[in-house]
Design a protein around this ligand. Structure first.
Ligand code: ADP
Length: 485
């Protein structure tokens, strides 16, 4: 996009330069044509002014009289030559002027002679009767500087008048540094049949004339847009990951626990208060002398009733939070993919602790039967526990192995082994008990939840027995899942 946009900007600038060049060249052609056409008009006038009848002394003098005044009116005319009747041209130019006179007589219009374009001079001969005329013209004073469309000294356009391999430089054309090969050309004959000179305009474009700032700006803009798009995409991935983690994470569990506790407190508060007041009343009645036994009995009956109510509330809540049978929702899935998904979710946590998990997957591993979310939850919890354990060892020793292999004919085992401090023998048998934790701030529900989730979908979660002498530390948990039929 950056290259295409910058290229389009450069092409657009070249088009603008070419359009301006062609306009200037056409104006130059028109101006020069207007000037040289003047020469034809002067020649026509000169041939008309001479005596039409037989030459007499007085007439010859009057025909010659206007000649010297022409150069003062037209600065481009250096001199006017006349070949009088029966006379001849000046000896130095005799041959050329005579030849041009013959051409002029044949064509009916003036003809060029003694062309010296390098010096910018030529003669224009018009055959007449009885006298013929020749104008000696200097092109340098023909150029109309006041109407010229360009600055002659600084313009990059070169303008020449050319004929037969000779060229008169009208405007030299400044070639700036870094002239580029791309150039514009203009060729057109002057609009005067008597002076067939070609107007040639050329212009080469300098690299400095390209719109570099615009091109750079466009490139920066596309880079910024690309960067913003990239950042947005990354942000979206991070957000999705965070949402997923939240779904699996403790925050959600704590929220549920909090709601459960608040609900229980609310539901139980009333029967327990009633139970308390009934038993206190019964206590008082029994302390009376004589004790009011029938009323005390009634109060105790009410207390029993409230205790039953409290028990039914607890029962109701238990039924409410009872886990549905996950086995029914189990579906065949590829264990390596599920594990990779969780590793992807945990990428920030792994990177933060400098842990690069090593995953070993046996070839031809069959699909397993599992409930996807429950499986994710178990693997997530096992990995989080392993990471928390690895935090207690120096970064260089933080290793984490995941092994996926066939356990037996009908089962696939996923083992998560870390090289953390391991689990002390006295803690091993309590790991899966609710609220057993050795971490400050731990809930002690993670492994319990994992175990019950595993059981609910027909899998098994166990702590691998310690292998004596095997590097001396670390913990390994093994999740055994049934293979899909
Ligand atoms: P919590 O993480 O909230 O403490 P868990 O049920 O997940 O609850 O873990 C219970 C206890 O098991 C932890 O407090 C810890 O002592 C121990 N434990 C679990 N996994 C590991 C492990 N990979 N390495 C060492 N100890 C572990």
């Amino acid at each position: 996009m950056a290259c295409a946009g910058a290229g389009a900007l450069a092409a657009n600038r070249l088009q603008q330069l070419q359009a301006a060049f062609e306009t200037d060249a056409r104006i130059v052609h028109r101006l020069l044509s207007q000037r040289v056409v003047q020469h034809d008009a002067i020649m026509a006038t000169l041939t008309l002014l001479q005596p039409a009848a037989a030459p007499g002394e007085g007439r010859a003098a009057s025909a010659e009289a206007p000649l010297p005044r022409l150069p003062s009116v037209y600065p481009q005319i250096l001199s006017v030559l006349q070949r009088p009747a029966q006379g001849s041209w000046p000896a130095t130019l005799q041959a050329e002027l005579s030849a041009a006179e013959a051409t002029s007589r044949r064509t009916g219009h003036a003809a060029l002679a003694a062309l010296d374009l390098t010096a910018g001079r030529y003669h224009l001969v018009m055959a007449g009767v009885p006298a013929s005329y020749a104008l000696h013209i200097d092109l340098r004073t023909t150029i109309p500087a006041d109407e010229w469309p360009m600055d002659m000294a600084t313009s990059p356009v070169q303008v020449t008048l050319e004929q037969g391999g000779q060229a008169f430089v009208v405007q030299p054309g400044r070639t700036g540094p870094g002239a580029w090969r791309r150039s514009f050309d203009f060729h057109k004959l002057l609009a005067s049949p008597s002076q067939p000179l070609t107007v040639v305009a050329r212009r080469s474009v300098g690299l400095h004339e390209l719109p570099w700032w615009g091109m750079l700006g466009w490139c920066v803009l596309t880079a910024l847009l690309w960067g913003a798009g990239h950042a947005l995409r990354r942000q979206r991935v991070a957000r999705q990951r965070a949402e997923e983690l939240l779904r699996l994470g403790q925050v959600a569990r704590l929220n549920t626990l909090g709601e459960l506790a608040a609900g229980m407190a609310h539901e139980l508060n009333q029967p327990l208060t009633a139970l308390l007041s009934s038993t206190q009343a019964a206590q008082r009645l029994l302390a009376d002398d004589p004790p009011d036994l029938p009323t005390a009995q009634t109060a105790m009956a009410r207390a029993v009733e409230q205790a039953r109510r409290a028990s039914s509330v607890v029962g109701r809540l238990r039924r409410l939070v009872e886990r549905p049978d996950l086995a029914g929702q189990a579906q065949p899935l590829a264990l390596p993919t599920a594990v990779q998904d969780v590793l992807h979710l945990l990428e920030p946590e792994l990177a933060q602790r400098g842990v690069a998990p090593e995953v070993t997957t046996a070839a031809d591993l069959p699909s397993v039967l599992a409930e996807p979310v429950a499986l994710q939850q178990i693997v997530h919890n096992l990995l989080m526990n392993a990471l928390q354990a690895l935090e207690q060892v120096p970064p260089a020793e933080r290793r984490l192995h995941l092994t996926l292999q066939q356990a037996d004919a009908g089962h696939v085992a996923l083992s998560v082994r870390d090289h953390g401090p391991g689990i002390p023998p006295e803690a091993r048998q309590h790991l899966f008990e609710p609220f057993f934790t050795t971490r400050s701030g731990g809930l002690g529900l993670g492994l319990t939840l994992c175990e019950s989730l595993a059981q609910a979908m027909g899998a098994r979660l166990a702590l691998a027995p310690e292998v004596p002498g095997a590097e001396g530390r670390g913990a390994e948990f093994v999740l055994t899942l049934p293979t899909a039929p």
